[in-house]
Ligand binder design. Structure first.
Ligand code: AHR
Length: 336
């Protein structure tokens, strides 16, 4: 009799274990394939893999810090990987997160295309992917839960609208040189698109040179030197897809013997401290804000999804635009 009771008990325990295992795997699959929440509890400790673009700019450093600290401050475990601006490194990192069976992947893609296969692998493994900062150009939007980041097209429009106001009443061609971000990246594609959309209403705006400076100061300086070598004093305006490249270019303009901010108007994007310093010194005219400090908002979204909430496919970060005359007053309050 005692033996029989023991076997019944064992059978009951085994069935319970099987039911629990089935529930947990069903909840993971729900996350990835439908974009709907996994039905867990928001209080659960999660293991989160974060694949970051690199450390190419002041903006990126602030963004990395914001996301990392938001994850750990919320009591979750972080697995971090820096792709050093290389797509193959990101693909490897995501595969490694999948192998480690993380609960969620945060991913800021270096470029827009070429991630279908690996994102499909994450989906098949039942791991939800959250796109942070940069979007992907993939038709199947079931491969990620949500995108949280800036409206880069709007940032390009803001930059061009500022220029249109600044140049109101000026006759003749306005010669613009453009420092693009990383080739194939969402901010480079979209900031160009938004700027050119507004330019179309101003036929005297001419982009006379346009090249990538890969979002870094060093490359921004190098490319601006080349622009100055071929166009010299012909250049009226520099439109730089980020502040770091603009800051590098300012150095090149000074070394060439021209005054940045006066002889050549300088437009940047990001609103990092370095841009405020350059504006306060009269060397840069305007910066369009791109806010990197969305770590806490991102973690809220991951937790909401884990708790079973359905999220919007695209969530935007609120942003502004700052000019030279505001720089001195605002500089001490800048957080990045
Ligand atoms: O994706 C955001 C962009 O990436 C920032 O504007 C730029 O500075 C960074 O490198």
């Amino acid at each position: 009799m005692a033996r029989r009771l023991k076997s019944v008990g064992l059978l009951l325990i085994m069935s319970l274990v099987l039911v629990l295992a089935a529930c947990s795997s069903a909840s993971k699959e729900g996350n990835a394939s439908t974009g709907e929440g996994g039905g867990g509890s928001s209080g659960d400790k999660l293991v989160i893999g974060f694949s970051q673009v690199g450390a190419e700019s002041e903006w990126r450093t602030a963004n990395t810090e914001s996301i990392k600290s938001a994850i750990t401050d919320a009591g979750h475990e972080l697995k971090f990987s820096d792709a050093q601006q290389k797509q193959e490194n990101q693909i490897k990192a995501i595969r490694s997160f999948i192998a480690q069976k993380v609960d969620a992947i945060v991913f800021s893609p270096v470029v827009e295309t070429g991630f279908e296969t690996v994102l499909k692998e994450a989906k098949d493994a039942g791991i939800p992917v959250f796109l942070a900062d940069r979007a992907v150009d993939i038709e199947d939007d079931s491969l990620w839960v949500t995108f949280l980041g800036s409206d880069f097209v709007e940032e390009g429009r803001k930059a061009a609208n500022w220029l249109a106001e600044e140049m109101e009443g000026v006759e003749g061609d306005i010669n613009i040189v453009e420092l693009q971000g990383t080739v194939g990246s969402a901010p480079a594609i979209d900031r160009k698109e938004g700027f050119e959309e507004v330019m179309a209403e101003h036929p005297n705006f001419k982009i006379i040179k346009s090249q990538s400076g890969d979002f870094t100061r060093a490359k921004g300086k190098e490319v601006m030197e080349a622009f100055l070598k071929s166009e010299g004093e012909n250049i009226d305006v520099l439109y730089s897809h980020n502040d770091d490249m603009a800051i590098g270019a300012i150095q090149a303009i000074e070394e060439y013997g021209l005054k940045p901010g006066e002889d050549i108007k300088v437009i940047g994007v990001d609103a990092v401290k370095g841009a405020f310093e350059a504006m306060a010194a009269g060397k840069m005219n305007v910066t369009v804000e791109c806010n990197p400090l969305f770590g806490p908002q991102l973690v809220d979204l991951i937790e909401a999804h884990a708790a079973g909430e359905t999220l919007e496919k695209r969530i935007s970060v609120k942003e502004s635009i700052y000019t030279m005359d505001q720089a001195e007053e605002l500089l001490p309050t800048r957080k990045y």
